[in-house]
Design a protein around this ligand. Structure first.
Ligand code: ATP
Length: 199
């Protein structure tokens, strides 16, 4: 699976639409301090569903929308699209090219799209789960993460191996199922209480 294209408009320092094409092999992004190199990585994290503003180096989500310059007005919407080549079907979908899009409006409204079709965040999370790609995955490694893995903070080393081994999705499903079982048990307890009162 190969990253093909990243389109950014209205995200952080990208007031104009910018398209970055990724070829085969390694892509390096160079530029002077503060020109927006890290914002590109933030855009990739964001479009993959990142919800933690801290991970995006922002205080609140609205601040990821281009907030203007001396010469330009702030924009009302941020939009990022990331396209993957999926010829080997590593992503569980029939499409050979998959584009994920996320939009955020100043009103707080947000949208996710998969190949142009509106979807839920959960659909995107499920699509990328155990592929190594995702906001928290090992596909994007920052210096901070290297420290965390070396120090094994909050079981981060184990989490990394679990994602690589493809068992994260089963752990998540187990958690969801246990939570449903818990709800059901509470409902059953309530029914028993009611029956007891009636009798
Ligand atoms: P360095 O090499 O120093 O790490 P960098 O190239 O990685 O820098 P970034 O951190 O990606 O740079 O970009 C910082 C720039 O992005 C700053 O000039 C900041 O003003 C700008 N920026 C961040 N958020 C917004 C926003 N919402 N609207 C406009 N500009 C923004």
């Amino acid at each position: 699976m190969q990253l093909k294209r990243l389109e950014i408009k209205g995200f952080k320092s990208f007031g104009d639409k910018v398209t970055i094409y990724f070829g085969e092999g390694v892509t390096g992004i160079v530029g002077q301090n503060g020109c927006g190199k890290s914002n590109i990585v933030d855009a990739i994290r964001w479009v993959l569903g990142e919800q933690k503003t801290r991970a995006l180096r922002s205080d609140k989500m609205e601040n990821i929308i281009f907030n203007g310059t001396k010469k330009r007005k702030p924009l009302q919407m941020a939009e990022v699209s990331l396209t993957f080549q999926n010829t080997k079907n590593l992503l569980p979908t029939e499409y050979t090219e998959v584009t994920v899009t996320r939009r955020l409006y100043r009103s707080g409204e947000s949208e996710y799209l998969l190949n142009g079709v509106p979807c839920r965040l959960k659909d995107i999370t499920n699509l990328f789960m155990d592929t190594g790609i995702g906001p928290d995955s090992y596909a994007i490694i920052e210096l901070k993460m290297v420290d965390e893995i070396l120090n094994d903070k909050e079981n981060s080393r184990r989490n990394l191996f679990e994602e690589a081994a493809g068992i994260s999705k089963f752990k998540l499903r187990k958690k969801e199922t246990l939570s449903k079982l818990d709800d059901t048990q509470q409902n059953l307890d309530r029914v028993e209480d009611l029956l007891f009162e009636i009798e």
